[in-house]
Design a binder for this molecule. Structure first.
Ligand code: SAH
Length: 274
């Protein structure tokens, strides 16, 4: 039975989401395309373990931003995708999460379309969904919300976006998930409080979601920057605001799981009993 169409042709580009970290969250299409690609362009958010799935001969090209080093810009990436496809390679553009959620996938797809390069989009699980699940936060919970709002705290040029209508989000958004918000946590929380959100409302900061070093910090809008300054949390991280956050301490299975795994490993080393 043909369950899905796998046809990664030479001279085409696949824009593939790899999910937020845990390699187990790769889709079958993502997994198979990594194994088949001739060249992979990947960025900073990608869990590099995933690249070990590629064939030994596959070219692995890093096109992300790291530290203060001069990084390759989006137009250059677009050009590289086109040029490598024209060399008749199977080109894989591999991204963290989903390519069309704050991932510039649309810009790359437009360039490919304009240059008549065949392409395919393979969605991945976005951090704003998988990260919440791994922190024990149901993205919808019937008693709490019938909607979710995704916000990016960065505009196209790196600025604080002036298109965010904090006032209406404060009033109407039941669950707010903010991407790229960690460095702007003061701004986010003060805007929400200023526009009427309860200062004692819960906020979760989930860092390195779905990875071995995942951490969740639960705080309140008024206290979160102070709590964040304690240095427990680092990038990448999501900010999650809404009643659903209350469920995290109860449902946080992943941390428990890791504790159990560590317990088992420790005992295995000491007593060799499993
Ligand atoms: N396309 C990606 C998002 C890219 S924007 C997706 O769909 O998930 C980059 C932002 O995504 C980061 O600043 C952070 O807010 C969030 N993010 C990505 N991976 C993450 C992870 N493993 N843990 C927490 N946040 C993550």
């Amino acid at each position: 039975m043909q369950l899905f169409d796998f046809n990664f042709n030479k001279g085409s580009v696949w824009l593939v989401g790899a999910g937020p970290g845990d390699p187990g969250l790769l889709t079958i299409l993502a997994y198979k395309s990594i194994k088949k690609a001739d060249i992979i362009f990947y960025d900073a958010l990608l869990n590099e373990e995933i690249l070990s799935l590629a064939k030994p001969k596959t070219e692995l090209i890093y096109v992300g931003k790291r530290g203060n080093k001069k990084s390759i810009n989006q137009l250059e990436i677009n050009k590289l995708l086109v040029n490598e496809a024209k060399k008749n390679k199977r080109v894989l553009r591999l991204k963290g999460g989903d390519p069309f959620i704050f991932g510039r996938g649309g810009e790359e797809a437009l360039t490919l379309k304009l240059n008549n390069i065949p392409y395919k989009i393979v969605p991945g699980t976005t951090a704003g969904i998988a990260g919440l699940a791994y922190a024990g936060i149901p993205a919808t919970h019937r008693e709490f919300n019938t909607s979710i709002t995704f916000i990016s705290a960065y505009g196209a040029g790196g600025e604080k976006p002036d298109t965010i209508d904090w006032s209406s989000f404060s009033k109407t958004s039941q669950l707010i998930v903010i991407y790229m918000g960690l460095e702007r946590i003061n701004w986010v929380c003060s805007e929400l409080i200023k526009r009427g959100r309860d200062k004692n409302e819960n906020i979760a900061i989930i860092s390195n979601a779905t990875k071995q070093n995942q951490k969740t910090l639960i705080s309140t809008l008024v206290n979160c920057s102070k709590d964040f300054d304690k240095g427990i949390i680092d990038s990448p991280a999501l900010l999650v605001i809404g009643k659903n956050v209350l469920l995290s301490p109860i449902l946080d299975w992943y941390v428990e799981d890791k504790k159990n795994i560590n317990f088992l490993k420790k005992n295995y080393e000491q007593h060799n009993f499993i």
